[in-house]
Design a protein around this ligand. Structure first.
Ligand code: HEC
Ligand code: HEC
Ligand code: HEC
Length: 398
C-alpha cells in the first residue's frame, strides 16, 4: 500500500520516455539526431555544473592521479611525435651552434630543468607537472621532437614557446646543445654556458636589474669580457662597434622590432639609460690591435662588396660598410672583421624578411633580397677576412 504514491510519481516522470527504446531503434533519423544532441547538451551541462561546483581539483600540491598523469603524457608524446614527423634536422655538430644554445639554456631553461652540476629550483619542483631534470631525458626524444617542443612549448604545463617564433635557426642551436647534454660534465657546462671566468651561478628568470655590473657580467657570458664574442661566431663582436648602432640594436631588441629569442629576453624591461650605458661600454672597448693572419678573402666577394650586382639592383656594400675613404653614417654597423658565420646568418635573415633592426634596417632588405646563398657566403668571407679595427674608423665620429 505504502509504495503506491512513489510508484505513481515514477510513472508520471517516465511518461515522456515511454517507448523511447523503440523509437530510437525504429524512429526517424531526425528523432535520433535530436536525441543525440539533447544527450550532448545534458552531458556538457553536467560537466559545466561540476566545474561550477568547485569540486574539480586544481591544486598543484595534490599532483595528478597516476591515471591522469599517464593519459596526459601519452597524449603529449603522441602529439609531439605526429606534429614533428615532417621536420628534417640540419647538421647539429657545429661547435658554434652548441655554444649559442648553451648560452640561452642558462638564461631560459636551467632554472626549470636544471643542468650538469645545477639542481632545479625548489620552487619549480612544486609545479604540476614539474619540469624534469633534463639531461637524462634527452635520449628519449629525436632532434625533430626536441625542436618541436622548444619551438612551440607544451600547453597546460609551464613549458614556454620560443620567444621569437621566426628564429628557427636559434631553436636549432638549442637542440644542438641539448644533443650534447647527456653525460656533459658540470665543468664543461659552465665553460660553455657561463664563460671561462664564470661566476658560480646565473640568477635568471628574475626581474631584470639595471645594476651595470650585474648586467655586464651577464653580457660577458656570451660576448666575452673583451666584447669579442668568444671566438666561434656564435656571438657577434661588439668591442669598438659604433655606439649609435649598438644603442639602436639594443632598443630594437627591447622593443621587439629585431627578433631574437636569445637577445630579447636579456634586454626586455631594461630602461633606456641602461641601454645607453651598455652601448657606450662596448663601443669604448678596444678592438684588438694585432690579428692572426686572416685567410685570403675571395676575389669574388671583394668584387661583390665593391660593385654589388647592378643588373639585379644590389648596391655595392662599401658605400655603407667600407672600406672607403669617405665618412659613413654612424648608424651603419662595422662589419669588417666580424665573424663570417654571424654575417652570413644576418644576411640570410635580412633576405628572408626575418631581420628587423633600427629605422635604417629597410635599406638592408633591398640589399640582401636578391643575393643567393653562394653570394652571401662570398660576401661574409670577404668581410670576415678584413681587420676588425677598420682603417677608416678612427677618423670618424662615433
Ligand atoms: C617555467 C619552467 C620551464 C622553462 C623555463 C622551460 N621548461 Fe621545458 N618543460 C617545463 C614543463 C613543466 C615541462 C612538462 C613536463 C611534463 O610534461 O612532465 C617541460 C618539458 C620539456 C621537455 C620535454 C621533457 C620530457 O622528457 O618530458 C623538454 C625537452 C623541455 N621542456 C626543454 C626545455 C628547454 C630547452 C627550455 C629552455 C629553452 C625549457 N624547456 C624551458 C617547464 C619549463
Ligand atoms: C645568452 C647569450 C647572450 C647574452 C647573455 C647576451 N647576448 Fe647579445 N647577442 C647574443 C646573440 C646570439 C646575438 C645575435 C642575435 C641575432 O641573431 O640577432 C647577440 C647580439 C647582440 C647585439 C647586436 C650586435 C650586432 O652586431 O648587431 C648587441 C648590441 C648585443 N647582443 C648586446 C648585448 C648586451 C649589451 C648584453 C648584456 C646586457 C648581451 N648582448 C647579452 C647572445 C647574447
Ligand atoms: C645604404 C646603406 C647600406 C648598404 C648599401 C648595405 N648595407 Fe648592410 N647595413 C646597413 C644598415 C643601416 C645596417 C643596420 C641595420 C639595423 O640593424 O638597423 C646594416 C646591417 C648589415 C649587416 C648586419 C650587421 C650586424 O652586426 O648585425 C650585415 C651583415 C650587412 N649589413 C651586410 C651588407 C652587405 C654584404 C651589403 C652589400 C651587399 C650591404 N650590407 C649593403 C646599411 C647598408
Amino acid at each position: 500500500m505504502s509504495h503506491r504514491p512513489a510508484e505513481a510519481l515514477y510513472r508520471l516522470l517516465m511518461r515522456p520516455f515511454a517507448g523511447l527504446g523503440q523509437r530510437l531503434r525504429h524512429g526517424s533519423w531526425r528523432f535520433r539526431l535530436a536525441a543525440a544532441a539533447l544527450t550532448l547538451v545534458l552531458l556538457s551541462g553536467t560537466g559545466l555544473l561540476f566545474a561550477w561546483s568547485g569540486l574539480v581539483p586544481v591544486a598543484a600540491s595534490s599532483g595528478h592521479w597516476p591515471l591522469t598523469d599517464w593519459l596526459l603524457h601519452f597524449t603529449m608524446r603522441s602529439s609531439v611525435r605526429t606534429q614533428s614527423a615532417s621536420i628534417t634536422p640540419p647538421p647539429l655538430d657545429d661547435p658554434s651552434l652548441v655554444l649559442k644554445g648553451a648560452g640561452h639554456y642558462a638564461t631560459g631553461c636551467a632554472f626549470c630543468h636544471g643542468a650538469p652540476g645545477q639542481e632545479r629550483s625548489l620552487i619549480v619542483e612544486r609545479m604540476t607537472p614539474a619540469p624534469p631534470f633534463l639531461p637524462p631525458r634527452i635520449a628519449e626524444w629525436g632532434p625533430e621532437e626536441l625542436f618541436w617542443i622548444v619551438k612551440n612549448g607544451i600547453k597546460f604545463t609551464a613549458m614556454p614557446a620560443w620567444p621569437a617564433l621566426g628564429r628557427e635557426d636559434e631553436v636549432w642551436a638549442l637542440v644542438a646543445f641539448l644533443e650534447q647534454l647527456p653525460g656533459m660534465s658540470p665543468q664543461r657546462y659552465r665553460e660553455l654556458a657561463l664563460g671561462p671566468g664564470a661566476a658560480a651561478t646565473v640568477p635568471r628568470l628574475q626581474a631584470p636589474t639595471d645594476a651595470p655590473d650585474a648586467l655586464l657580467a651577464d653580457c660577458a657570458r656570451c660576448h666575452g669580457d673583451d666584447g669579442l664574442g668568444r671566438g666561434l661566431g656564435a656571438y657577434p663582436k661588439l668591442a669598438g662597434q659604433r655606439e649609435a648602432y649598438l644603442l639602436a640594436s639594443l632598443r630594437a631588441y627591447a622593443s621587439g622590432t629585431r627578433q631574437s629569442g636569445i637577445m630579447q629576453p636579456i634586454v626586455a624591461g631594461l630602461d633606456d639609460q641602461a641601454l645607453q650605458a651598455l652601448a657606450r661600454h662596448y663601443a669604448g672597448l678596444p678592438a684588438p690591435a694585432t690579428q692572426e693572419a686572416p685567410p685570403a678573402p675571395p676575389a669574388q666577394g671583394e668584387a661583390l662588396a665593391r660593385q654589388g650586382l647592378p643588373e639585379r639592383g644590389v648596391p655595392g656594400c662599401v658605400h655603407c660598410h667600407g672600406p672607403t675613404s669617405t665618412p659613413r653614417n654612424r648608424q651603419y654597423p662595422e662589419i669588417a672583421g666580424q665573424y663570417p658565420g654571424y654575417l652570413a646568418l644576418q644576411l640570410q635573415l635580412f633576405r628572408d624578411g626575418l631581420r628587423g633592426g633600427s629605422e635604417y634596417a629597410h635599406v638592408m632588405h633591398s640589399a640582401a633580397r636578391r643575393l643567393d646563398d653562394e653570394q652571401i657566403e662570398q660576401l661574409a668571407r670577404y668581410y670576415g677576412a678584413q681587420p676588425w679595427s677598420s682603417r677608416d674608423r678612427p677618423a670618424e665620429p662615433r
